[in-house]
Design a protein around this ligand. Structure first.
Ligand code: CUA
Length: 434
């Protein structure tokens, strides 16, 4: 390797390091921070790293430094100028060094044994379920957004898909995986609730989750509420989250899952119990179909929705059936349930803010709603003004906003046939879904 190449390589490394520093500085007030735990599960992880067993962090840092600087030192020391390079000039060939080999086997074994004691205890503790059937949520990853199914009536999430009289019940009792209808497109109890993009939970309560996926492996991560857990198609992983205080907690898919992996975000909103109960009641009530009136933009939007959107999206208003494009659903074409679209603060896989005056990247959602004149999260649709331009851009050409492959039923197609007036009507209809 010649010196110009090395120095340009070094320059590049230096540039990347500087960039990383700058970027991490931007993240200072950002919500994806493991070091700001906001619930008991995340606190346990924080304690393991920082207070209870800081030697683990110390060991990993020491190993990191040794490996990185050792590699650099060896590369620099063993460097041969290109003009001096001789293929036949091999270093002295040696074989076997028993002491060294025993050393690098035994030392890591001892280190791992020591590290495993507090780590394994924490893993077990993080696995603990709350043992109540109060509120369990199934989390379904999908290219590139998250769906949440609430078990409201405690009778299990799904129909008895294999016909053996059992259901996949709360805490996994009663049924088995065959009782879950894969790939999760239509099988739903009447009493259960499906929402998309924004998870709403009561604060101060452990929420048990069942994680799975419709297509590829994703990973669910709300860093202030708990660690990461993979969501795997055909399997159900258990996990749980808890937020001490009401607030918004953001997250990011952390398993590479294709085109828009980097734009597969998650948003969880924790509410005081009374507000959560009101939210739940409103969600269960479903949407209202607008009254027939050719002069009403909501009604016109509703007609367009039925003609253009309903083959993938669901609005549960007692009139529309679930998405009718079952074939699409079977190949991961299921789309977000829009029943109470206007109650959410984010859309498009939680990457865009639904309302003007709300910053999707900020976690002070409640303050922002107050600044708009609302008392709480439930007032959002009442006091908020839709981010109309963004929403219309999204509806008319989603693949232009976020990389997708609608031709393979991954993501939303563009709708170039919709006129500006059509889009206004659709947005009016969507705003009525509150
Ligand atoms: Cu889903 Cu990465």
């Amino acid at each position: 390797m010649n010196t110009t190449r090395i120095s340009s390589g070094l320059r590049r490394v230096g540039l990347m390091a500087t960039l990383a520093l700058v970027v991490s500085a931007c993240a200072d007030d950002k919500p994806l921070n493991t070091f700001e735990p906001a619930g008991p599960k995340a606190q346990e992880l924080y304690d393991l790293m920082i207070t209870d067993a800081p030697f683990i962090a110390a060991i990993t840092v020491i190993i990191f430094v040794l490996v990185i600087f050792g590699t650099i030192a060896i590369a620099v020391k063993g460097r041969v100028k290109e003009e001096d390079f001789d293929e036949d000039d091999l270093p002295e060939q040696i074989h076997g060094n028993t002491k060294l080999e025993l050393g690098w086997t035994i030392a890591p074994a001892i280190l791992l044994a020591v590290v495993s004691i507090p780590t394994v205890a924490t893993i077990w503790s993080l696995e603990e379920r709350n043992e109540t059937d109060e509120l369990d949520v199934m989390v379904i990853g999908q290219q590139w957004w998250w769906e949440y199914r609430y078990d409201i009536d405690g009778d299990g999430f799904f129909e008895d898909a294999d016909g053996d009289g059992e259901q996949f019940g709360p805490n996994g009792e009663g049924g088995d995986l065959d009782d879950v209808e894969w790939p999760l497109n239509i099988a739903l109890d009447d009493d259960d609730l499906v929402v998309a993009n924004q998870l709403v939970i009561p604060a101060g309560q452990q929420i048990d989750l069942y994680l799975t996926s419709r297509d590829v492996i994703h990973s669910y991560w709300l860093p202030r509420l708990n660690g990461k857990r993979d969501t795997v198609p055909g399997r159900i992983h258990t996990w749980s989250i808890e937020a001490d205080e009401p607030g918004e907690y953001n997250g990011w898919c952390t398993e590479y899952c294709g085109l828009s992996h980097a734009r597969m975000r998650m948003s969880a909103v924790a509410l005081p119990q009374a507000e959560f109960d009101a939210w739940l009641e409103n969600q269960i009530a479903g949407a209202q179909a607008p009254a027939e009136d050719e002069n009403s933009p909501e009604w016109r939007g509703y007609q367009i929705f039925q003609a253009q959107c309903m083959s993938c999206h669901v609005v549960d208003d007692g009139e529309l059936a679930y998405g009718q494009n079952f074939e699409a659903a079977l190949t991961a074409g299921a789309a977000p349930n829009l029943s109470k679209f206007a109650t959410r603060s984010v859309f498009a896989g939680a990457i865009y803010s639904q309302y003007a005056g709300i910053d999707a990247d900020d976690d002070d959602l409640f303050e922002q709603i107050e600044a708009m004149g609302g008392d709480n999260y439930l007032d959002l649709s009442e006091v908020g003004r839709f981010n109309e331009a963004e929403l219309k851009r999204w509806i008319s050409n989603a693949p232009d906003q976020k990389a997708m492959a609608p031709e393979d039923l991954r993501g939303m197609p563009a709708f170039p046939q919709l006129t500006d007036e059509n889009l206004d009507d659709l947005v009016a209809y969507l705003h009525s879904l509150d």
